[in-house]
Ligand binder design. Sequence first.
Ligand SMILES: NC(=O)c1ccc[n+]([C@@H]2O[C@H](COP(=O)([O-])OP(=O)(O)OC[C@H]3O[C@@H](n4cnc5c(N)ncnc54)[C@H](OP(=O)(O)O)[C@@H]3O)[C@@H](O)[C@H]2O)c1
Length: 228
Amino acid sequence: MKIGVIGAGRIGGNAARLWVAAGHEVLLSFSRDQARLEADAAKLGERARAGTVAEAAAFGDVVFLSVPWTQVDAALAEAGPLTGKIVIDTTNQFGREGAQSLPDGQTAAEFNQRRMPGARLVKSFNTLTAAFQASEAGRPAEQRVVLFMAGDDAEAKQVVAGLIDDAGFAVADLGGLADAGPMEAPRRAGALYGEEYRPAEAALAVAALRAGQALPATPDYSGHSDEG
Ligand SMILES: NC(=O)c1ccc[n+]([C@@H]2O[C@H](COP(=O)([O-])OP(=O)(O)OC[C@H]3O[C@@H](n4cnc5c(N)ncnc54)[C@H](OP(=O)(O)O)[C@@H]3O)[C@@H](O)[C@H]2O)c1
């Protein structure tokens, strides 16, 4: 599969590395230092190259959006319309003063969907630190680290689930974009964000959330949230 990465920093650079290792092709974009981006792409080998944001958007069967929250509008302006594209939204809504609350009770995923009309947005890769994702990808099945996802497009979620698996993680589907709140920042009691889940516990957690119940207690694997 072809994946256009917009923001090849800690989260995007790591996902690109994991997907190249799994046989996918990536195009890295959105850097203030194009020479560094090209060097990063060269390190990943022949299945990777660097380009502009518009090139990444056009290249990708899937677009991976991994820029700071404050840069989302700028990145989307460079990308152009993403209508019909599957977009994996990894962003957490950290502004200069920490986690932001969004208007009208929207989840950050819903807020971003409105910023890219027609995109098939799936939120994922956002609940655990980049360092943790880098070190823990590819564990054996029952210990696999879970990446939660949420989205309104079932077919897009199926594609993203395959990419989560290819990157060496397990997937747990939280539901639609309006259901994404528990996987969004900040880290807090009663939320999934920042916590390590493994597949069996994640299934129980998703079932509890869907039934409107509190999350069951889980082992404290220590917490690995992105704090902006
Ligand atoms: N880091 C984590 O542990 C983590 C975990 C989960 C989710 N997230 C979320 O994932 C998204 C990406 O986070 P990240 O930690 O991967 O970010 P990052 O390492 O800072 O990467 C951001 C990328 O955007 C590029 N960029 C271009 N213009 C920029 C500008 N004006 N200001 C800042 N960056 C610019 C940077 O390239 P240059 O530096 O080359 O210009 C960099 O490659 C964020 O929304 C974050 O909340 C992060």
